[in-house]
Design a protein around this ligand. Structure first.
Ligand SMILES: CC(=O)SCCNC(=O)CCNC(=O)[C@H](O)C(C)(C)COP(=O)(O)OP(=O)(O)OC[C@H]1O[C@@H](n2cnc3c(N)ncnc32)[C@H](O)[C@@H]1OP(=O)(O)O
Length: 132
């Protein structure tokens, strides 16, 4: 089976160690998971190392209680010379309940060489925006 490039799906579980004093996913942990998904999606499309240049936007749409499953979906929505915009959504669910969107964000990633300097991507054919 061919692995799609520029698209990633991660399955996580909200554990007590990731929770705040409300018993729901701590915002910083949510950001970390989104950043990981964004990184993997961008690296998959670039087929080389990437760094995060900016977080353009993050929305914490609803809380995710401990014990909920969390599905992070990330896809590259724009390809520039060396930069990419990655959309990430987080869906929380319990067995037997429909998933609910709890996180969404936009991340700016840049393809880099071994010295960490930006390098041109050779996949600029995907140069289009997808609304979040
Ligand atoms: C996976 C990780 O954990 S990475 C760790 C956290 N991230 C880092 O440490 C990155 C630190 N930052 C850097 O190394 C540098 O700022 C870089 C590599 C991101 C950019 O280097 P610069 O010298 O600014 O590069 P330059 O000005 O040539 O821009 C390169 C591209 O990045 C884009 N870019 C740079 N900064 C930003 C920004 N803040 N927001 C959006 N895009 C940006 C530019 O628009 C340009 O895009 P293009 O090539 O598609 O036209």
């Amino acid at each position: 089976m061919t692995k799609p490039i520029g698209i990633v799906e991660l399955q996580e579980l909200v554990l007590p160690a990731q929770a705040n004093h409300h018993g729901t996913l701590f915002a910083g942990q949510g950001l970390q998971l989104m950043a990981k998904a964004a990184f993997l999606a961008a690296r998959s499309l670039a087929q080389r190392e990437v760094v995060m240049a900016a977080v353009s936007r993050v929305d914490f749409v609803a809380p995710a209680p401990v014990g909920h499953g969390l599905t992070l979906r990330a896809w590259v929505s724009r390809v520039g010379r060396s930069s990419m915009t990655v959309c990430v959504t987080g869906l929380a669910d319990l067995p037997g309940t429909p998933p609910e969107e709890i996180l969404k964000g936009l991340f700016e990633m840049v393809a880099v060489d071994a010295k960490g300097r930006p390098v041109s991507l050779d996949c600029a054919y995907l140069n289009q925006e997808t609304p979040l």
